[in-house]
Design a protein around this ligand. Structure first.
Ligand code: HEM
Length: 416
């Protein structure tokens, strides 16, 4: 199938085939070389524009004339309201109000305070893996770690996590039952938020529910976790907005972070010298995680926008009313910005990768994702310094679809 034809005389580039799923970079490099923006048709026949160069990507992500609001009329009613009110899908001033309300929970200082219990979660998962010598790192570690973290942060009771995990796995893996699973989660969150409202605890959902109350004494106080009473009062989130916020935290923070952890372990196994260096000097971990974010951007293309007026990128003018996606994978390997972009080089310094987006929608969870990535990789390597991949590179499957970039499974020998 021909998806994009970058130049009249050029080879067509396909973004939805097996070769792309195995390694998206050759196709993206061809597009990037041909120009900054390309008209693509999805397998479902939906046209959109893909931005493939760093300069233009920054412009698009920060340009207020591109809207985040997308039609949700096709969705069943319980989902429609929760999705339409999410800040990721709103423009200012709604976006500003929603973001301000929750951002106090995500400051770097506040997130750093979560380190001890993220370490405990990582260690427990590693203890569970310790009984076997070969394991799927994605299933046993990369997916459950951010899941446990987000559950703790939101305040999902331990007893509810079984079904909750099943729904969120369906959402991550996609497929026919995804809308069903989302509807069930929405129903669950409605019920949970009512419980939190009646009996607030020390967690983010309680803080969000109570932040809207006129009586500021009702706000949650104390404790070392994210909901410790510092969300602004008087936010007045509607029920739909509350559910939308809870759903966004779960969806935005789970698969992305799982991909980050899986991609990090994969890259460190492929670049053993860098692994040796970080083992010898754990202070390199932050730079390693930044380089993983650049080279294997977990959110791949999750950057939906729609033009409300024509925008010109290079020689291409995108008309009003068109859907635009930035390929974070492509722009973070733009050689104009990152010399020798296909080399894993944690020493390259802050080149301004766009793995967390840019502009007003810049990832709210970036400090948390970075912390989880550092802890996960640090604890794993300390415990299993000789870990190696237990499958040939051509047998590893990436998750399909354009939106995310991560491995479906990563079989590893834990003890080399
Ligand atoms: C937004 C990536 C982890 C919460 C975004 C955006 C990107 C992104 C690219 C902007 C999308 C756009 O402009 O359209 C990532 C990556 C992660 C990660 C790569 C992990 C490695 C997290 C975590 C959380 C989170 C752990 C929270 C628990 C959010 C929220 C937004 C967002 C709430 C919407 C912000 C807004 O609209 O103002 N993320 N994310 N993310 N992310 Fe993350």
């Amino acid at each position: 199938m021909v998806d994009v034809c970058p130049r009249p005389e050029g080879e067509p580039v396909t973004l939805f085939d097996d070769a792309y799923a195995k390694d998206p970079h050759p196709a993206l490099a061809a597009l990037r070389q041909a120009g900054p923006a390309h008209r693509v048709t999805s397998p479902a026949g939906i046209p959109f524009w893909l931005v493939t160069r760093w300069d233009e990507a920054r412009r698009v992500l920060a340009d207020p004339s591109l809207s985040k609001q997308q039609p949700v009329d096709q969705l069943p009613p319980p989902l429609r309201a929760a999705l339409a009110t999410q800040m990721l899908l709103r423009d200012p001033p709604d976006h500003t109000r929603l973001r301000r309300l929750v951002s106090a929970a995500f400051t770097p200082r506040r997130i750093q305070a979560l380190a001890p219990w993220i370490e405990r979660i990582a260690d427990r998962l590693l203890d569970d893996m310790d009984t076997v010598s070969e394991s799927d790192l994605i299933e046993r570690f990369a997916v459950p770690l951010p899941f446990e973290v987000i559950c703790e942060l939101l305040g999902i009771p331990v007893a509810d996590r079984g079904p909750f995990h099943a729904w969120s796995t369906v959402i991550i893996t996609g497929g026919a039952t995804m809308v069903d699973a989302m509807s069930q989660i929405v129903g669950y969150f409605r019920d949970l938020l009512a419980r939190k409202s009646a009996q607030p605890a020390d967690d983010l959902l309680s803080a969000l529910v109570t932040a809207g109350r006129a009586d500021s004494d009702a706000r949650v106080t104390g404790g070392g976790r994210a909901g410790d009473g510092l969300l602004p009062a008087g936010g007045g989130l509607s029920d739909d907005e509350l559910v939308g916020m809870a759903l966004l935290m779960l969806v935005a923070g789970h698969e992305t972070t799982a991909n980050l952890i899986g991609n990090a372990v994969y890259l460190l196994c492929r670049w053993p010298d860098q692994r040796k260096r970080v083992l010898a000097d754990p202070a390199l971990l932050p730079a390693v995680i930044e380089e993983v974010l650049r080279m294997a951007s977990p959110a791949a293309t999750s950057t939906y926008r729609v033009t409300t007026q024509p925008i010109t990128l290079g020689e291409t003018t995108i008309p009003a009313g068109e859907q635009v996606l930035v390929s974070l994978l492509a722009v973070n390997r733009d050689p104009q910005r990152f010399p020798d972009p296909d080399t894993f080089d944690p020493d390259r310094g802050d080149g301004g990768h766009l793995a967390f987006g840019h502009g007003v929608h810049f990832c709210l969870g970036a400090p948390l994702a970075r912390l989880e990535g550092r802890i996960a990789v640090g604890r794993l390597l300390t415990r299993y310094p000789g870990i190696r991949i237990a499958a040939p590179p051509d047998k590893l499957r990436r998750r399909t679809g354009l939106l995310m970039h991560g491995l479906e499974a990563l079989p590893v020998h834990l003890r080399g």
